[in-house]
Ligand binder design. Structure first.
Ligand SMILES: Nc1ncnc2c1ncn2[C@@H]1O[C@H](COP(=O)(O)OP(=O)(O)OP(=O)(O)O)[C@@H](O)[C@H]1O
Length: 220
């Protein structure tokens, strides 16, 4: 699978006094199996770009294409290939038990062999079985992140998008998330990570892009 952005711009509240241009003429190609990091200061538009990559926001001008097609024609079909974990896991949770949180996405996307798939997801994310019957709200920050990522990958997508996955984690939590990222890449899948702190990921093989004043440039 390939996602392409062509001269893509995005403006909030266009045509109102609150109009704010956040992304300007962005060109980007993300191919299968790549690990791509998007960095930039607070407010540079990283989360806005992720929303566009998950078809939650439509570009104001320019195009996003998935394998050459317009994903907005049928977002459900295209979203099957994408998993996204937002910046604040606790905003994403809605189930009483961890297992329901993870299995929901499998059911939503008609995954067969739920038990077998659950085993795979637990092994990639390093979630212990004893956590499955707990409430996601009573877990530590690091465990919550892993549960949010587990639900993002439960339907076996090709692309995984993570927004600030290590924010507010201690060094153990950070290293667990990095292991999870490596596990994901080893499966030959695509990883897209937004972070304001690249230093934590020095040892990962990746392409890095920086968002600055609305434009995106590859950092060599
Ligand atoms: N719904 C909205 N309406 C209007 N402006 C918005 C909206 N959401 C975000 N913005 C503005 O767009 C700009 C980019 O926001 P965005 O959240 O994409 O940046 P970010 O790089 O992810 O920031 P952070 O690192 O703080 O998460 C910011 O100036 C923000 O205030």
């Amino acid at each position: 699978m390939k996602i392409t952005l062509e001269n893509l711009s995005f403006t909030y509240a266009k045509g109102t006094p609150y109009e704010k241009e956040v992304l300007r003429e962005i060109n980007l190609e993300i191919k299968a199996s790549e690990t791509v990091f998007i960095t930039g200061r607070t407010g540079s538009g990283k989360t806005t770009l992720l929303y566009i990559l998950d078809f939650l926001l439509k570009p104001t001008s320019g195009k996003i294409k998935v394998n050459g097609e317009n994903p907005f024609k049928d977002p459900y079909r295209f979203r099957k290939h994408i998993g996204i974990a937002f910046q604040f896991p606790e905003h994403q949770f809605f189930s009483e038990r961890v297992i329901d949180e993870i299995v929901f996405s499998m059911k939503n996307f008609d995954v067969e062999n739920i038990d077998e798939n659950l085993e795979k997801v637990l092994s990639i994310t390093g979630i212990e079985k004893k956590l499955l019957s707990k409430s996601p709200f009573e877990l530590s920050g690091g465990q919550q992140r892993r549960v949010a990522i587990a639900s993002a990958i439960a339907h076996n997508p090709e692309f995984l998008i993570l927004d600030e996955p290590t924010a507010s984690l201690d060094s153990t939590g950070i290293s667990m998330i990095k292991t999870l990222m490596k596990n994901w890449s080893l499966l030959g899948k695509t990883l897209i990570v937004v972070t304001h702190d690249l230093n934590q990921f020095k040892d990962l093989n990746k392409k890095v892009y920086e968002l600055k004043n609305g434009t995106l440039k590859e950092v060599k």
